[in-house]
Design a protein around this ligand. Structure first.
Ligand SMILES: NC(=O)c1ccc[n+]([C@@H]2O[C@H](COP(=O)([O-])OP(=O)(O)OC[C@H]3O[C@@H](n4cnc5c(N)ncnc54)[C@H](OP(=O)(O)O)[C@@H]3O)[C@@H](O)[C@H]2O)c1
Length: 341
């Protein structure tokens, strides 16, 4: 499908004017304002089983969450959408983020991909659409064959068109190195609203977080519970954070669980946290992280315990040096071995 921005925008704006934004879950003709800022606490959905994620999303949205982090590549957006619909929470009271997959970086495919996501999620617009990785794959190729002809800026321009067309309120990035963010900031007509990247007590990247605050870009911390995601098992020789004596001690001091302490730290440092769970008790437990706070001395203690270990890095498999100027960058064969621990 060719992305005809003007036609698309005209159609969208006409629909908006008649119905108001996203009346999917509320048939009133009033036009409630969507959330102004990204909520600081969201529910992650990567690896959430299709059979469980609708219940998890519905439960979260009816128990204090108002932010869902989704992605086309997670393969469960239809089920996430069912949870949103079943919650009966008004669309404008929810923040929905999704992501553009690497095989959809060509401009015509950007439009198609966001259209599919919007339709699968059962919403009329997204609050935030992220470029999932700064890496383009050849569409319909081997899956991870690199498309060196489609630049980040070309894809960004198409994402800017998606904002103009009313398909998403904001656009942003994910998994970018600092140099890539700087290059994009020089050219972007619409600035990235947020950057979603891996950061937690074992990969704090405080300078990188501060760089975003200085540039007015929100940081969404993914894998906020560090190496708790089971796919990270054995990825690096680091004991599970739930067994870490520093965090067990912090949790005891705060009279909370380790998960709450870790997430509370993520919030206190100004990042948005999006822990994933399909268990009601964890979903509820995690939200109570909002009541945890640390003294300045405790924040320094935690800062000193940074391990600078990255758990999510598909760069090697793709043959791409990711995170070049950040902690624990991708090492390709032939690169000098550097000890990370
Ligand atoms: N932009 C990107 O490239 C990118 C990459 C990675 C992640 N993300 C986003 O970030 C979200 C969160 O990251 P993540 O899923 O990697 O890791 P995470 O949220 O840090 O950890 C998830 C794991 O922790 C478990 N868990 C959650 N709360 C718990 C608690 N209170 N006690 C014990 N275990 C608990 C979950 O179990 P159960 O599920 O079994 O309940 C799950 O196995 C993802 O779901 C996704 O939306 C984005």
């Amino acid at each position: 499908m060719k992305f005809n921005c003007v036609a698309s925008a005209t159609l969208w704006l006409a629909a908006w004017a008649v119905a108001g934004p996203a009346q999917q879950h509320d048939e009133t003709l009033s036009r409630p304002k969507p959330l102004k800022h990204i909520p600081t606490f969201g529910l992650g959905t990567w690896l959430s089983e299709k059979s469980k994620v609708s219940d998890a999303v519905e439960y979260a949205l009816t128990h204090g969450y108002n932010h869902i982090d989704a992605a086309l590549i997670y393969g469960n957006e239809r089920e996430v959408g069912k949870g949103i619909t079943r919650s009966k929470v008004h669309r404008s009271d929810i923040w929905v983020t999704s992501k553009l997959w690497n095989a959809d970086h060509r401009p015509d495919r950007v439009h198609e991909a966001i259209g599919k996501t919007i339709s699968d999620l059962g919403v009329r617009y997204l609050d935030l659409y992220l470029m999932h990785w700064p890496v383009a794959f050849v569409p319909g190729g081997s899956g991870t064959e690199l498309d060196n002809k489609t630049s980040i800026l070309t894809t960004w321009r198409a994402m800017e068109d998606a904002v103009r067309a009313g398909l998403t309120r904001h656009i942003g990035i994910s998994n970018f190195a600092r140099a890539d963010v700087e290059a994009l900031l020089k050219e972007a007509k619409i600035k990235p609203y947020a950057h979603e990247f891996e950061t937690h007590p074992y990969l704090q990247q405080q300078h990188f977080v501060d760089f975003h605050s200085d540039n007015g870009i929100k940081v969404i911390a993914y894998s906020p519970l560090a190496n708790t995601n089971p796919t990270y098992d054995g990825n690096k020789p680091v004991a599970p954070i739930f067994e870490d004596p520093i965090w067990r001690d912090m949790a005891e001091r705060k009279n909370c669980t380790v998960a709450q302490a870790v997430l509370g730290w993520g919030l206190q440092r100004g990042t948005v946290v999006i822990p994933k769970s399909v268990h009601k008790e964890y979903i509820k437990e995690n939200l109570n992280a909002r009541r945890v706070d640390f003294t300045e001395e405790e924040m320094q203690e935690i800062a000193a315990a940074d391990k600078k270990v990255r758990f999510n890095d598909p760069g090697k498999g793709w043959g791409v040096r990711l995170f070049a100027d950040l902690d624990d960058p991708t090492r390709l064969d032939g690169d000098e071995e550097v000890s990370e621990l």
